[in-house]
Design a protein around this ligand. Structure first.
Ligand code: MN
Ligand code: MN
Length: 467
């Protein structure tokens, strides 16, 4: 089946809009390396676009009406934005969903230790990473430390020009004869991913030479944390600190057609989803929704994962503010909704062609990618979209001149994976997976095409208007 390269469709004016959108996205990426930062950046976009905080309206006696724009930030890690439609919420919403958590290394609750004169933070990786990729590259520390009195210390160390960075050391090739014989899975032990944070003891402390006992390098590192952030070692217990690649997303290629960045999975879908809803002007026919969720990379569990009730609860709050009757109104609103559940697709990579079935692979530059189903082996764990719904989506995309393609995640028996689609399908709504192709998915630095990002935005806007 022939698909035209999306770049061939652009005249000068569209290319300029594409470039501006890609630059906005790059800036978003740089300020949104964690789910908390992404939720905060999303809130700033929504507020600037005239959305009001739903939590301020709940219980205030206020009512919502068509054209109103509201948002909700859930536990600082999820974000929802709605534009109220002209027709009843019971008729269903047009929903764009994506996730804002990304694979990374989390700092353990009791992380600080010293070994042979080096101070480290012990880590526990989050999501599917290839551990060897995280060695010997500059890393930054992002997150929050919540003190016992509720005070929150926000950290983002390793991003500013003169910030220090951190790293996990690797073995020199000269001495890796034994290690080279190991499989990739055994190459680096998860427990060996220790972040190097210091090497100098405090100067002139007047102590005797009993350093081994006192762990002076660890003490010096903790003293800096105490002085700079007012935190104690015990405060790590109530911290969420994430280790991510340090540095900014960059244009890639002489032609600047791609972006190399951390966390395209899944901010490359989350950002255009939110923008499509925020950029919508006026009153839509159906209520519009963007939901940016957390914990997708570890199975969508927990109070901020798509498997929790926060989404349904928020729709129930909307229903109440719109004067809808009881639980049947909420059930109808969910059941009659149509959704694009967006997550990145594995972009076909000529370097690893063997794991793909080429005619059903996601190709960079062919536009936004629809997956009728995902899953593993015999479609296990998949939400398989109905043919009737796929046909409706095809028509909308073609009518709007969107460059789009379809794909499966690799060869039938090569592996597999899942998204949040099946969790939304529990409400009996029509939902299909779609997203942007990525090279080096889950690596510290992933690659996307600006054309695919742009086509995703166009696809989302068309869906909100026409679905
Ligand atoms: Mn994903
Ligand atoms: Mn992922």
């Amino acid at each position: 089946m022939y698909r035209k390269n999306a770049w061939k469709n652009y005249d000068e004016a569209e290319r300029a809009r594409l470039d501006a959108f890609a630059a906005d996205y790059r800036r978003f990426l740089d300020g949104a390396k964690t789910e908390r930062e992404a939720a905060e950046a999303a809130e700033a976009i929504a507020v600037a676009a005239g959305f009001r905080d739903l939590d301020a309206l709940i219980g205030s006696g206020a009512a919502l009406k068509p054209g109103d724009r509201v948002y909700r930030k859930w536990m600082n890690k999820c974000f929802l934005a709605f534009v109220i439609g002209a027709e009843s919420l019971e008729k269903g919403m047009r929903i764009l969903g994506a996730h804002i958590d990304s694979p990374r290394l989390d700092v353990k609750q009791n992380p600080v230790f010293e070994d042979e004169g080096f101070a480290y933070l012990d880590t526990h990786y989050y999501g599917g990473i290839r551990k060897y990729q995280w060695l010997a590259l500059p890393l930054a520390l992002h997150g929050v430390i919540v003190k016992k009195d509720g005070g929150v210390v926000k950290l983002a160390v390793g991003e500013a020009e003169d910030d220090p960075v951190f790293c996990i050391s690797d073995l020199l090739p000269h001495l890796s004869q034994e290690q080279q014989g190991k499989t990739v899975a055994k190459f680096v032990d998860g427990e060996a991913l220790n972040l190097l944070i210091g090497s100098a003891p405090a100067a002139k402390d007047g102590s005797a030479e009993d350093d081994e006992e006192k762990k002076p390098v660890k003490a010096a590192a903790l003293a800096i944390l105490k002085e700079r952030y007012g935190v104690e070692e015990e405060d790590f217990i109530s911290a969420e600190l994430e280790i991510v690649p340090a540095g900014r997303a960059r244009d890639m290629g002489f032609d600047r057609s791609m972006i190399l960045g951390y966390g395209h999975d899944d901010r490359v879908c989350a950002y255009p989803s939110l923008r499509a809803v925020a950029d919508f002007e006026g009153t839509p026919r159906a209520t519009l929704c963007a939901v940016l969720t957390d914990k997708e990379e570890i199975g969508s569990e927990g109070a901020t994962g798509m498997n929790s009730s926060y989404f349904e609860n928020t729709v129930a709050e909307l229903a109440a503010l719109l004067g809808l009757p009881g639980s049947v109104g909420v059930r109808r609103a969910l059941q009659n909704s149509r959704m694009l559940s967006s997550d990145v697709s594995a972009g076909f990579d000529p370097a690893f062609a063997g794991v793909f079935e080429k005619k059903n692979a996601a190709m960079l530059n062919l536009g936004v990618c629809f997956n009728k189903y995902t899953g593993s082996r015999g479609k296990s764990g998949s939400s398989d979209a109905n043919a009737e719904y796929v046909a409706a989506v095809r028509r909308i995309m073609d009518d709007a001149g969107v460059a789009w393609q379809t794909s499966e995640l690799g060869k039938v028996d090569a592996g597999g994976g899942g998204t949040i689609a099946w969790l939304c399908a529990r409400y009996a709504m029509n939902v299909i997976d779609c997203g942007v192709p990525v090279l080096s998915m889950h690596a510290p630095w992933e690659v996307i095409s600006k054309a695919d990002l742009w086509e995703a935005y166009k696809a989302y806007a068309a869906f909100l208007e026409k679905a």
